[in-house]
Ligand binder design. Structure first.
Ligand code: SF4
Length: 400
């Protein structure tokens, strides 16, 4: 995930003071990094969204973890030092185990997020969410009313999700909008950004469509690169205006780590003297976090490098603790993901910007070619921008 606002605030401060701000020491510096765990509590969902990676439906899925198993996993995650949990689904509010798990997670001191479609949140549910002390609740909105309802395949879904945002905001819950862009909803972005402002939603998460689950089925209609670049330009400009104005709004993006390279280009074109320190910050971020800073446990207890790797099973928490599975580098994919640098091939292997994006989202390469280390077909930057075409005639230093 690229924290666009964080970097643009640093640029804004540098513009104001004439010096690049010293970044605060990284949280947990010196200690081994533990992943944020995205935990799909259930695959059950009341919606059948077009881009769903879990291919969910509204029925019980046999074999899901029970409450005692979940609490045992939670204890292991705590002992291992996992800092944060994002409880997801399916629709996590349909899991009978959500509330005891959330209550125990709060007692144990996890940073706790909830990722929901929002359609099941009425006033009583909003009270319950607020009472459980979630640090963040992200609600999916993939367009304004007509587009969102079409995407979510439910008339009235937009109104219900918007009402949920309002109910949670009124109760002081930290909320955010989640938007997944495809060729079917790209034109919705400006209106959603305006809606965010009108509704005083403090966070906007822009997700690129990834190739997994229903997203894979629809990849032929994925937004073309021009549309992606236009969307990122709008997102960067909106985030910049907020950063420059001292507004607290957060803009982040995910599922295409080439965004970090594109952000660097965007800043270099406008504020060239801050391009070099920004590049250092982006390299420290390092791009794609699958299998390193992010982990996934699915509804059946299988562990994956992240939510887009459900077809790659690292082992089950029924057989071994999560911590043991995560430490096991006998799996070639995990070994490659955790190597620095990753064993990239093709265009990504030759790319001078791979230290920023980390080789981007490996699952796209794997699903298109069968080789997880091949070039990422989702990279929307051309050779000249990346320094690939100029390398023999001056080298990538020209891009610093
Ligand atoms: S070509 Fe590959 S390594 Fe280079 S920016 Fe694009 S995704 Fe990243």
């Amino acid at each position: 995930m690229l924290r666009i606002s964080q970097y643009l605030r640093e640029v804004a401060e540098a513009e104001r003071t004439g010096a690049w701000p010293v970044p605060p020491p990284a949280r947990g510096a010196g200690r081994p990094t533990r992943p944020v765990v995205i935990w799909n509590l259930t695959r059950r969902c009341n919606l059948t969204c077009k881009h769903c990676y879990a291919l969910s439906a509204d029925h019980h899925y046999p074999g899901e973890l029970d409450e005692a198993q979940m609490l045992a996993v939670l204890a292991d995650l705590k002992a291992y030092g996992v800092p944060a949990l994002i409880l997801s689904g399916g629709e996590p509010l349909l899991s009978p185990h959500l509330w005891p798990l959330a209550a125990r997670a709060r007692e144990l001191g996890f940073h706790l997020g909830l990722s929901t479609n929002g359609t099941l949140i009425d006033a009583a549910m909003a009270d319950r969410i607020a009472a459980h002390g979630f640090d963040y609740v992200g609600i999916s909105l993939d367009g304004m009313r007509a587009a969102h309802d079409r995407f979510r395949r439910l008339e009235g879904a937009f109104d219900r999700s918007l009402a949920a945002l309002r109910l949670l905001r009124e109760r002081g819950v930290h909320i955010g909008m989640r938007y997944t862009m495809t060729a079917m909803n790209g034109e919705e972005l400006p209106a959603l950004l305006a809606l965010m402002r009108e509704e005083q939603v403090p966070k906007f998460y822009f997700s690129h469509l990834n190739y997994a689950g229903r997203g894979n089925i629809h990849r032929g209609r994925d937004a073309r690169f021009e549309a992606t670049r236009a969307a990122m330009d709008l997102l960067f400009e909106t985030a910049w205006q907020a950063a420059r104005g001292g507004e607290p709004h957060e803009f982040v993006s995910g599922n295409n780590d080439a965004d970090g390279v594109y952000l660097h280009q965007w800043v270099r074109a406008r504020f060239p003297r801050w391009a070099a320190p920004l590049r250092e910050r982006l390299v420290a971020w390092g791009g794609n976090a699958s299998g390193v800073g992010v982990a996934n446990i699915d509804n059946l207890g299988h562990v994956h490098p992240d939510t887009m790797w459900w077809h790659h099973d690292l082992g089950s928490v029924r057989d071994r603790p999560f911590s043991a599975i995560w430490e096991d580098r006998s799996d070639p994919l995990m070994d490659g993901l955790q190597r620095k640098p990753r064993p990239l091939e093709g265009r990504c292997g030759a790319c001078p910007q791979a230290d920023i994006c980390g080789g981007n989202t490996r699952v796209r390469a794997q699903q298109l070619t069968g080789n997880a280390w091949a070039e990422d077909p989702g990279c929307y930057l051309d050779d000249a921008e990346l320094g690939l075409a100029t390398e023999t005639a001056g080298g990538p230093d020209a891009l610093a």
